[in-house]
Design a protein around this ligand. Structure first.
Ligand SMILES: *[C@@H]1O[C@H](CO)[C@@H](O)[C@H](O)[C@H]1NC(C)=O
Length: 552
């Protein structure tokens, strides 16, 4: 869902391909997913957190759980993305070997003093769940239970693991929590586990299927919404072509040749990126974020190229400033919000505090990768296509804009412009939000691509129509095209309010700021993307109209 900054041209797309090929894939340690008999299988402890907000998590061992006696393991587990999300898998200390059953056994003892009891009671009151991983398969378990009148609290102390294997691979894990023990201060609580290995027929490729939720992602709904949007697209494209026909009555065919090549390559590289992202998504937590950072860095010359050439064409002088803004606007925004949320997270002792080393790494990427690439792009852009090439003579003195009806005011047009693009995506928004904030795994990427394509088309059409109306009213200010497309973001942000109050059960300062902070980043990024698309579409359109005027 990250916007690609700028629209790649041929050279940039080629460079991107090359970079993608050269990219060493960050792989987890369990990457082979095959085991010999009695080989070590690591149970990783991930996080605990309230069931109602999947994004609020704390380290598993922030609750006073105890660690098993096994100390040494053969490897560690981390990617940049995981570190950025504040996820740090910790070894459970449980001794598990491939195809080696373990009878119920105590692995450690919790010395329950008053403080520890309070911590557990708080977690149980807030419906805390914990998450673990075995061979990249996620496992969820509930921390404890309160009795009906909410006076006594119980902890589940016995983890019964049933692991399914197919040949030399792990294909299925079930966890059953048993051994309810009442939390009484100044007692000892014994934590125990058992492992049972079972032969299973599940194919290794299908092992994630059981986490998907087909009844939630009903394909019917998606098809219906896509059909709806599609109708809208046909209508809009019809409208735009009518406008074009009217203005370009004479030689319509002449214009349709150029630029097609560019668009095609843009599409291909975009799809490649998406596919590459999806391919590893299931198996590698956090790799999405690394990929996004990488893609942003890789496309930054493109960003620089288009930013630079556009700025030069409009006659801008302070190009260094423009370049810095272009390079750092989105990273700064994201980091700013992340810092802010981090601050609150530290205050609340959440696990989301981002390690210092990771922060430094990201800054290094910004300064030593994104900035130079952007610089190259900007210089190329200024020199190769920085000359003003307006299709007809431009009056140096801006003309006064005549008075017009209220609904022709740019502000009104800008607000109206966002409605249709938002309409075309909002059903998909619901699914994306839900998979981000609740325990659903998003897997209908095909639909998402389709919706994205529809969004692009609708955005371009709507901005063209808006611009056409404004031009008819002799208002030539083109920034309205950017804003009328970007206003989609306002509607998305408004929708996120609805979603917060009616679809989630979050509460408190931490969850609220967390939610709205991330939504703001998401909406702004979406807005910038739509704005850029709308602006590019409209400039092409305006160019065509005025080329025609000159010929006449
Ligand atoms: C896990 O539970 C599911 C559903 O109850 C069952 O079909 C599967 O066989 C179980 N797997 C193992 C390894 O016990």
């Amino acid at each position: 869902m990250r916007p690609l900054p700028g629209a790649p041209g041929v050279a940039a797309a080629a460079a991107l391909w090359l970079l993608l090929l050269l990219l060493p894939r960050a792989r987890a340690d369990e990457h082979e997913h095959t085991y010999q008999d009695k080989e070590e299988v690591v149970l990783w402890m991930n996080t605990v957190g309230p069931y109602h907000n999947r994004q609020e998590t704390y380290k598993y061992f922030s609750l006073p759980f105890c660690v098993g006696s096994k100390r040494s393991i053969s490897h560690y587990h981390e990617t940049l993305g995981e570190a950025l999300q504040g996820v740090e898998l910790e070894f459970s200390g449980l001794d598990i070997k491939f195809k080696d059953d373990v009878m119920p056994a105590t692995y450690c003892e919790i010395d329950l003093d008053k403080e520890k009891r309070d911590a557990f009671v708080y977690a149980i009151k807030n419906h805390y769940w914990y998450q673990m991983y075995i061979d990249d398969l996620p496992i969820w378990g509930i921390v404890g239970e309160a009795d009906e009148n909410g006076e006594d609290y119980y902890l589940w102390t016995y983890k019964k693991l049933e692991i399914g294997f197919n040949g030399n691979r792990i294909v299925d894990v079930n966890l059953t929590s048993e051994g309810k023990v009442k939390l009484v201060p100044n007692t000892k609580i014994q934590m125990s586990y058992s492992v049972k290995w079972k032969k299973s027929d599940v194919k290794f490729e299908d092992r994630f299927d059981k986490y998907l939720d087909p009844s939630f992602f009903q394909h019917r709904i998606h098809w219906f919404s896509i059909f709806n949007s599609f109708m809208m697209v046909i209508f809009l494209v019809g409208l735009v072509s009518m406008i074009l026909m009217r203005t370009l009555r004479k030689d319509y065919a002449r214009y349709s040749k150029e630029e097609e090549m560019d668009d095609m390559i843009f599409a291909v590289s975009f799809i490649v990126i998406i596919v590459a992202m999806i391919e590893d998504l299931y198996t590698e937590r956090g790799s999405m974020l690394s990929t996004a950072i990488f893609v942003y860095a890789a496309t930054s010359p493109v960003n620089g190229y288009f930013g630079g050439s556009l700025y030069a064409r409009q006659g801008g002088r302070r190009w260094i400033k423009q370049m810095f803004i272009g390079a750092f606007l989105i990273p700064a925004m994201v980091c700013g919000t992340a810092f802010f949320i981090n601050f609150i997270a530290i205050y609340y002792h959440a696990s989301r505090a981002i390690p210092f080393g990771t922060m430094v790494a990201v800054c290094c990427i910004c300064f030593f990768v994104i900035l130079p690439l952007n610089l190259v792009g900007t210089i190329l852009g200024r020199n190769l296509s920085g000359q003003p090439n307006f299709p007809c003579r431009v009056n140096a003195v801006p003309r006064p804009i005549p008075e017009k009806k209220w609904f022709m005011e740019p502000a009104v047009i800008v607000c109206l412009g966002g409605i249709l693009p938002f309409g075309s995506i909002f059903i998909e928004m619901y699914f994306i939000f839900t998979s981000f904030w609740a325990y659903k795994i998003y897997y209908v990427y095909g639909f998402m691509m389709l919706v994205l394509v529809i969004l692009c088309i609708v955005t371009v059409c709507v901005t063209i129509v808006c611009t056409y109306f404004l031009l008819n009213a002799e208002d030539y200010r083109q920034w309205t095209s950017f804003l009328s497309a970007a206003s989609t973001a306002i509607y998305v942000y408004m929708y996120s309010f609805y979603y917060y109050f009616f679809k989630t059960k979050m509460y408190g300062l931490f969850q609220t700021s967390f939610y709205f902070g991330y939504m703001a980043v998401f909406s702004t990024a979406l807005g910038i993307m739509c704005g850029a698309i709308g602006y590019m579409g409209t400039s092409a359109f305006v160019r065509k109209i005025y080329t025609n005027v000159k010929i006449d």
